[in-house]
Design a protein around this ligand. Sequence first.
Ligand SMILES: Cc1cc2nc3c(=O)[nH]c(=O)nc-3n(C[C@H](O)[C@H](O)[C@H](O)COP(=O)(O)OP(=O)(O)OC[C@H]3O[C@@H](n4cnc5c(N)ncnc54)[C@H](O)[C@@H]3O)c2cc1C
Length: 436
Amino acid sequence: MKVVVLGAGVVGTTSAWYLAQSGHEVLVVDRQPEPGLETSFANGGQISVSHAEPWANPGAPFNVLRWLGREDAPLLFRAGADPHQWIWGLKFLFECLPSRTRRNTAQAFALALYSREQLRLLRSETGIAYDELSRGILQFFTHRRDFERARAQIDLLRARGFDSVAKNADECVEVEPALAHARRLIAGGIYTASDESGDARMFTCRLAELAKAAGAVFRHHINVCAIEVQAGRVLRIAIDDEAGIGESLRADAYVVALGSYSPLLLRPIGISIPVYPVKGYSVTLPLRPGDVAPEVSLTDDYYKLVFSRLGSRLRVAGTAELNGYDTSLNEARCAALLRRCRELFPTAGTDESAQFWTGLRPATPANLPCIGRTRYANLYLNTGHGTLGWTMACGSGKALADIVKGERPEVDFGFMGLESGTRAGTLAAVPRPSNS
Ligand SMILES: Cc1cc2nc3c(=O)[nH]c(=O)nc-3n(C[C@H](O)[C@H](O)[C@H](O)COP(=O)(O)OP(=O)(O)OC[C@H]3O[C@@H](n4cnc5c(N)ncnc54)[C@H](O)[C@@H]3O)c2cc1C
């Protein structure tokens, strides 16, 4: 079958890889000159399975109010005129209900765990390297109350099969000696040795090369203009080609993996998905010999920042801002990132060499991606991965390829157009999704 994948971020590229592995003829198109140049470019690098719980939780509305109007706030809602932003905000509030949080958390953990299995399998089968580290994630707390609350939840993590353990401040420094300078700031931490980290962009580029070797074709500088439908099917994709000239792409099946831009292409054909861009920041610091920087990936709970060692670089990422599709750098937020990094790791790189970046997380209110079938028989979605697109990419790509093949994915997740179920096997009749 000929399949066109729209988007060559980490999600589109993993989709292409698994589709090619299923024997399909795959074409990937993207407007950028190379894979992984938008949201997958400079993210936090964490494969954070043990932190897969969604942002929307019963404590979130309080935090949003607490941070309202603060330029350096970890989560900032900039009230605009866009009705989609308001609708997203209201749905986010709904997902903060305890029952919704429980449901969303269970789903996120299931997909994240499955995804890590697929990533490990891919690594052992292909030898793909991407500055990966399997040294775990240490979530550290600067406020004792927050640490105690997290410690009280640790049994839940362990019940889900995680190897998470509570650490006092000295033990945190034993896990990651680079924290020695910040010892006095740390109240305690939760360490999960099975978590991982790595460079999502490097992974995306290298997987694209492997997919090409397996027969997939990548076309860049292609702007996807419209999805054209007829009689319940996608007829063709209208694009501007490499020379900016209008062209049509035809295939047997189509996969939308356009990150934050997916809803803009889907809305005109009557598919409404609750994906909205949530802007995040990162700073990458090239390290000099002798610099003290962490190797264990870290999550700074109070500031909602993550730190990942990517070869000879340190990546610091975080903050969330609802501000439409604006990707400009805000100086106050850049300065806040660097300030915190300096407080913890004063000799990690130099301020002059710091590379700042922003990206738009394709976020859903529940922080669960939209993967599966749509009301158009040959149109599939793999988008809306929010804060966890790198963590969930391989599992999502594999599951999507299974669905395109007509098989039920091996993981129990709320895939679109499929009823929830645990057993892998051939899919029966195609049910129409209610949310498309
Ligand atoms: C600051 C920050 C930190 C993060 N940290 C982590 C982390 O530690 N762990 C984790 O798991 N996740 C993290 N994430 C989330 C993760 O980066 C995203 O979920 C993931 O990159 C989304 O991938 P994607 O392929 O869906 O989107 P993208 O990477 O944006 O890919 C979409 C592609 O579609 C293309 N495209 C869009 N519109 C068009 C069009 N009209 N025509 C042609 N091409 C088009 C774009 O060029 C792009 O290449 C972080 C995100 C941010 C912003």
